[in-house]
Design a protein around this ligand. Structure first.
Ligand code: FES
Length: 580
């Protein structure tokens, strides 16, 4: 194979080339391409545990294809343990991948990922490193039976929490749930949370092999797929297929539509916007909303449906979902999906769709004629409270709250939120709009998933199970409720959210795509004149750098220094041989 990037390290006969060959003798002077395996496993991240075995299989596939596998570590981002949020480190992990490639003799990449932000970081790292790359996904964990049905991680925990706060779930049942969750074993969340959503979108984007979505990472099929992933990356190095060639605007648009069709995580909107930013594509909220308008819910998967992510492979997986979206285009004369976009095996999606099982009227993956819920499942809103936009997952919301006006109850941070909402004596109306602010990308920093604030305790006792919530933060993909998220500009940078006071009227109008603060502009201007951001927290190191460089949610909460490289910067990704 000629013209390898790694030749710049290993070719030649000077002392530097000698040192390089000594450092990696498996490559030597005559070896094949060097394929990096980005390892995101960690004892702190059980969601990625199945990847340990899959990496061995991928390395086998790489060797069998005549290349050299080299494993390198990447910070593992586990949602459950990292505080304030794994999102704070998404860009750091993506930078690690980019810089490992920039500085090392790596010709192609297998990127291991599972838990939410490891997938997002791998997608962004791959886009920026821009060497041929595929992701290897850990797959959902097993689902123990809870109350007679398979346990939906996260989703069932949030439901149980509300029941417990309402006094409907006793301590024994609560502890039984914990024991059940512990039995689930390694792997990602079982519902269409962020991890499963991003796995599915990775497949749609062509950045993993077809068939990965929902696959149990400890199964023989997953091992086989891992081996093929390794071999396929070697093939891609030969053909020169880089992420920027694979993730075209058509592929990104397909992913945005697929996201809506599965009622996927709102977090994916941010990650796709960041990916678009790194590749110079359009991932704006206005563009996304236009693509979402005619897409109904085609996947009957939690938290918006009945089944778990593991049901997807048997239902036909991504090809069957795309078949449903293609059929939708015929019915609505919309743009539909572009099946000329390529899958991870290099073949256009139309070839996979032609061989896939058809969606059905009542199965896990539905026909456009018989959706689980009507369009839209997700919307982007703007208005005086969110001039630069926000996102609301209609499929997880209460239909009767989609047009709602109510008085604000403002919560300024996590402790304030928990203290006031758990107060049994809190004075609160049934039509309240909870405002959770100060938790945007700059505010926390890192944009934690505190946007789905608990229902105030007095309302829970009165039987209320959903209220409108508005936040500059995020919510878990496993969550549900009428929650307007990612409000931009966020409060910490002086967005209108910063000027809301208890009792102000807020109007949500999803059909009109509006979110408005019904306060006289002159009064708002007075409040803005005296407003000051929260005193900067005593930050150092990465959180300080993050806060100084992070952008707002509609542009993906990416760092300004990581936007799409100019052509001359791309050239600098290539190394020059020099003395070490
Ligand atoms: Fe890791 Fe859900 S907590 S995938």
């Amino acid at each position: 194979m000629s013209g390898l990037r790694s030749d710049r390290w290993f070719g030649g006969d000077d002392e530097v080339a000698v040192l390089h060959r000594v450092a990696l003798p498996a490559r030597g002077s005559g070896g094949g391409p060097v394929i990096g395996i980005a390892d995101t496993t960690s004892d702190l991240n059980p969601c990625n545990a199945p990847l340990a075995g899959l990496m061995v299989a991928a390395a086998r596939g790489i060797r069998a294809a005549g290349a050299i596998p080299v494993r390198f570590p990447v910070m593992s981002l586990g949602e459950d343990l990292m505080k304030p949020t794994a999102m704070l480190y998404r860009n750091l992990a993506a930078m690690q991948i980019e810089e490992q490639v920039r500085s090392n003799p790596i010709d192609g990449l297998v990127l291991t990922a599972g838990c939410d932000k490891t997938v997002a970081a791998a997608l962004l790292g791959a886009a920026s490193a821009d060497v041929p790359a595929l992701l290897l996904l850990s797959g959902p964990r097993s689902a123990p039976i809870w109350r007679g049905r398979p346990l939906g991680t996260g989703t069932d925990l949030w439901r149980a929490l509300e029941e417990r706060r309402a006094g409907l779930l006793d301590d024994d049942a609560w502890h039984e749930l914990e024991a059940c969750l512990t039995c689930a074993g390694p792997g990602t969340c079982t519902t269409m949370g962020t991890a499963s959503t991003l796995a599915l979108l990775t497949e749609v984007l062509g950045l993993c092999l077809p068939g990965c979505t929902g696959l149990d990472g400890s199964s023989p099929v997953a091992e086989q797929l891992a081996e093929r992933t390794g071999a396929r990356v070697v093939e891609m190095v030969e053909s020169g297929a880089r992420p920027a060639d694979v993730v075209t605007q058509a592929a990104l648009d397909n992913a945005l539509r697929a996201l809506a069709a599965v009622g996927g995580s709102t977090n994916a909107v941010i990650h796709l916007a960041a990916l678009a930013g790194r590749l110079g594509l359009d991932g704006s909220l206005a563009h996304a909303d236009a693509l979402w308008r005619d897409v109904p819910l085609l996947a009957d998967v939690e938290p918006c449906g009945r089944y778990l992510a593991a049901a997807l492979p048997d239902a036909g997986g991504v090809p069957t979902l795309l078949a449903g979206l293609a059929e939708l285009a015929e019915r609505t004369a919309g743009t539909g999906v572009d099946l000329t976009a390529v899958a991870g095996d290099g073949r256009p999606w139309q070839q996979h769709v032609a061989l896939a099982p058809r969606p059905t009227a009542d199965g896990v993956l539905r026909t456009a004629e018989h959706p689980v819920a009507p369009a839209p499942t997700m919307v982007a809103l703007t208005g005086s409270l969110a001039p630069d936009g926000c996102v609301l997952k209609v499929a997880a919301a209460s239909p009767d709250l989609l047009q709602h006006t109510g008085p604000a109850l403002v919560l300024d941070d996590y402790e304030d939120m928990r203290r006031r909402l758990d107060d049994p004596d809190l004075a609160v109306d049934d039509d309240v709009v909870l405002v959770v602010r100060g938790i945007g990308p700059v505010g926390a920093p890192g944009m934690p998933e505190w946007g789905m604030a608990p229902i105030p305790a007095p309302l829970v006792r009165r039987g209320v199970r959903d209220v409108v919530r508005v936040s500059d933060g995020r919510m878990s993909g496993t969550s549900f409720g009428t929650v307007a998220l990612h409000v931009a500009p966020e409060a910490q940078v002086g967005g209108p959210l910063a000027h809301v006071r208890d009792g102000d009227r807020i109007r949500l109008d999803v059909p009109a795509r509006r979110l408005d603060l019904l306060v006289d502009p002159a009064e708002l201007a007075r409040r803005a004149a005296t407003w000051r951001p929260d005193a900067a927290a005593d930050l150092r190191g990465w959180p300080l750098l993050y806060r100084q460089h992070v952008g707002q949610a509609p542009t993906g909460a990416d760092l300004d220094v990581l936007a799409a490289p100019r052509p001359e910067q791309r050239v600098r990704v290539e190394p020059t041989v020099g003395r070490s």
